[in-house]
Design a protein around this ligand. Structure first.
Ligand SMILES: *[C@@H]1O[C@H](CO)[C@@H](O)[C@H](O)[C@H]1NC(C)=O
Ligand SMILES: *[C@@H]1O[C@H](CO)[C@@H](O)[C@H](O)[C@H]1NC(C)=O
Ligand SMILES: *[C@@H]1O[C@H](CO)[C@@H](O)[C@H](O)[C@H]1NC(C)=O
Ligand SMILES: [Mg+2]
Length: 261
């Protein structure tokens, strides 16, 4: 017990950041989570939470509602530690290399589609207070968080966004956030460094289909009606990347906190 408090104090005093995010609430939590964990985390259904996360990221485990209770600390530790940031960096670096290799026709029609939540903006400060996805989704409290416009940028994605723009690729944000959050979303994007974009597509509030259907339909419109070429498409959910008009290449960022079909 004494060692535990010693660790909390020591780490709390020497670590300024967690997962690249300067949020005091997060910095405190990682140190509370860390002492509870072994290397692979706890076990669920006889496999480690690390294996569960692998199943989730590969889209073999689908349609799950919440993070298994046994894996809450494991997922929390993953999200707040280096691994999440490093895994994200592998994805954005690969995207950068690919974009750089393209011989683009400079006709203003090349676009990169970015999802927003857990792709360009991070809701980790919210999820850190709500069990890292282990608590059932609460629309009321989540909407309140979005309205605060306080979501930090995912640092690796912001770097990629800037590089893509320097290559002359236009940015389209395609998000499951609803149309009534447009002002809050625009303010939040701009305040963390995403200064400009070609289009910000939000979901009509009455839309009742799946995310795959909605996003596919919007990408189809971009290509067929807008005459754009989707050279890249990046999201944290498989539903950002599956379906029609996916883009020439797709890039999947990590997200073990929730599943959207
Ligand atoms: C993350 O990357 C940094 C910098 O390369 C490295 O020092 C650190 O060990 C990595 N952490 C993990 C968990 O991979
Ligand atoms: C891009 O153009 C350069 C120079 O013309 C050429 O060497 C290269 O193979 C092209 N790359 C692709 C992917 O077409
Ligand atoms: C959802 O969040 C609201 C607003 O914070 C809160 O009042 C309510 O009790 C929460 N609902 C549940 C089921 O936790
Ligand atoms: Mg997302």
């Amino acid at each position: 017990m004494l060692l535990f408090f010693f660790l909390v104090t020591l780490l709390g005093a020497t670590t300024a950041q967690a997962g690249g995010f300067d949020y005091p609430v997060i910095t405190n939590q990682i140190h509370l989570l860390r002492p509870k964990l072994g290397a692979g985390g706890s076990f669920i259904d006889g496999v480690s939470c690390l294996s569960w996360r692998f199943g989730v990221e590969t889209n073999n485990i689908i349609d799950w509602k919440t993070v298994p209770e046994e894996c809450e600390d494991y997922v929390g530790n993953y999200m707040l530690g280096d691994q999440y940031r490093n895994d994200s960096q592998v994805v954005t670096r690969e995207a950068f290399r690919y974009a750089k290799s393209l011989n683009l026709t400079n006709d203003g029609k090349n676009v990169w589609v970015f999802d927003i939540d857990e792709t360009t903006l991070s809701n980790l400060p919210y999820y850190a207070k709500h069990g890292f996805g282990a608590e059932p989704y609460n629309e009321t409290s989540y909407d309140e968080w979005v309205a605060e416009e306080k979501a930090p940028a995912l640092p690796e994605s912001l770097k990629l966004y800037k590089k893509l723009r320097s290559f002359g690729i236009k940015i389209v944000f395609l998000t499951g956030r609803k149309e009534n959050t447009r002002t809050a979303t625009e303010n939040n994007l701009k305040s963390v460094g995403y200064q400009t974009w070609e289009q910000l597509i939000l979901k009509p509030s009455e839309y009742s289909g799946t995310s795959v259907e909605y996003k596919s339909g919007e990408r189809k419109k971009l290509e067929e009606e807008g005459g754009y070429r989707i050279v890249g498409n990046m999201g944290d959910q498989w539903s950002d990347l599956l379906g029609t008009n996916p883009g020439i290449r797709t890039f999947k960022l990590p997200d073990p906190m929730y599943y959207i079909s």
